[in-house]
Design a protein around this ligand. Structure first.
Ligand code: GLU
Length: 456
């Protein structure tokens, strides 16, 4: 770590809902900030007015809030255009941002020609050769320039390309090297004057004093360009860490619009935020995936060096398993308010009885209905006599802790039944189900009167 406190950012484009892969990037940044006593910036990359929507930004903030990822600072790029304008002017003045007039078709033809000649299909900087008069002529003919950043692989004459490599020690991937000669001078400003992602991102990283850029490895090539841009602006580059992306078990990438895996979708399906954060933080790391109810425990165990460089494969079934494990370990105090809100009684005894059978929390309401509300009789006529005996032998009130053992012992000796033939008809009569929580725990909750009624 540097001496300056860490400052990181999560920078979604609000063009859709975030999914678990995006949430993972957010969480890794947040955990890093919390681990190092740093700050976490939520930056909305909303410079594209066509595709960005305020509703998506709000939804992203709400999804992060639900997960417990609280930003220290929120910025919107659409409100920071003056900074980008000033940055662009500085680059122009330094000769590092130059106007180009090629149409998409022209560029395409040129790329094809270069490929045919065995050259890499990168931009040949031919716009640098335009004289002021030629540019004026193009503009008079109605052409509008787009603007490219002149990468630093030149010495005095930008048209004489020199070999130049950008290197950085990636905090996940180790030492990285990218040859600038393999890249085109990137377009920073479109013909209509709008900014592509690169310039605003670097201008913001400088302005907000971001110390670490932690993001998906789909940005590795961008990093070389961005490091070159930091240098052109006379700023020290932050440190970089690129984590691998989350893919489906099949290897297919997660797209932003796959509803079921959106954070909102997982929430609506009833998963606990802690199940999502446990999975998002631990998948693709050297740690085992385990339910972590408390984000502080994830903070304590967090280390960028634990992140793997190979794609993290995600199986949606895993979230259900994790959610169930989490609920099984959840103490009554943590859920008392939620049980109350669902009108579920029975207190701690009820929670202790049912939590081991839940996949999602809302299923507790179903068990409460089974325990507390009248149950339609559903039994095998072959068991009628046995159940009548069971009703007769049910210990009278008041019940103590020994009621179940006393009842079962009496039933065993009266009927000679044991094992499944003893318990299965009781379970069916008392709960209407063939499996579920331990009957020993349910019996006191169902109570004397209801039990009697269900047996006769
Ligand atoms: N808006 C960019 C994205 O969503 C941000 C990338 C970055 O972290 O720099 O991919």
């Amino acid at each position: 770590m540097n001496d300056t406190p860490a400052k990181v950012r999560f920078a979604p484009s609000p063009t859709g809902h975030i999914h678990i892969g995006n949430a993972r990037t957010a969480l890794i940044n947040w955990l890093f900030a919390r681990k190092h006593g740093g700050r976490f910036v939520l930056r909305f990359d909303d410079t594209d007015p066509e595709r960005s929507r305020a509703e998506y930004a709000d939804a992203i903030a709400a999804d992060l809030g639900w997960l417990g990822i609280d930003p220290d600072v929120v910025v919107r790029q659409s409100e920071r255009l003056a900074l980008y304008q000033a940055t662009a002017e500085r680059l122009k003045a330094a000769g590092r941002l130059y106007p180009c007039y090629e149409t998409a078709d022209e560029l395409d033809r040129r790329r094809k020609r270069r490929r045919a000649r065995g050259l890499p299909p990168i931009y040949d900087r031919s716009a640098l050769k335009l004289s002021a008069a030629e540019r004026a002529e193009l503009e008079a003919a109605g052409r509008k320039p787009h603007w490219r950043f002149l990468l630093s692989n030149f010495d005095d004459d930008p048209e004489r390309i020199v070999h130049r490599k950008i290197t950085w020690p990636d905090l996940v991937r180790g030492p990285q090297t990218i040859d600038l000669g393999s890249l085109s001078d990137p377009v920073l400003i479109r013909e209509d004057g709008s900014y592509l992602y690169t310039l605003p991102s670097v201008a913001d990283d400088i302005d907000l004093a971001i110390s670490h850029v932690i993001r998906g490895d789909d940005h590795v090539a961008n990093t070389a360009v961005q490091i070159d841009l930091f240098a052109a602006l006379g700023a020290a580059a932050p440190r970089f860490a690129h984590h691998s992306l989350l893919t489906m078990a099949s290897g297919e990438g997660l797209s932003k619009r796959k509803g079921a895996l959106s954070i909102a979708g997982l929430r609506a399906a009833g998963y606990e935020a802690a199940a999502v954060t446990s999975l998002a933080a631990l998948i693709g790391t050297s740690d085992a995936i385990a339910p972590m109810a408390d984000l502080d425990d994830l903070v304590a165990g967090f280390d960028l060096s634990k992140l793997s460089t190979s794609p993290a494969r995600f199986d949606p079934a895993e979230i259900g398993l994790l959610n169930a494990r989490l609920l099984h370990e959840t103490g009554y105090d943590a859920v008392a308010g939620r049980l109350d809100a669902l009108g579920i009684g029975g207190g701690e005894a009820f929670w202790a009885a049912v939590r081991g059978n839940l996949t999602i929390f809302a299923e507790a309401a179903e068990w409460w209905r089974i325990v507390a509300e009248p149950l339609a009789a559903d039994r095998d006529p072959a068991d009628a006599e046995f159940l009548t005996r069971a009703a007769d032998l049910l210990p009278p009130e008041p019940w103590d802790d020994g009621v179940w053992d006393a009842w079962i012992a009496a039933l065993k000796s009266a009927t000679g039944r044991k094992g499944k033939s003893l318990f299965q008809p009781l379970r069916r009569a008392l709960t209407g189900r063939d499996d579920g929580p331990e009957l020993r725990l349910l019996l006191p909750l169902i109570g004397y009167r209801n039990t009697k009624a269900r047996l006769s």
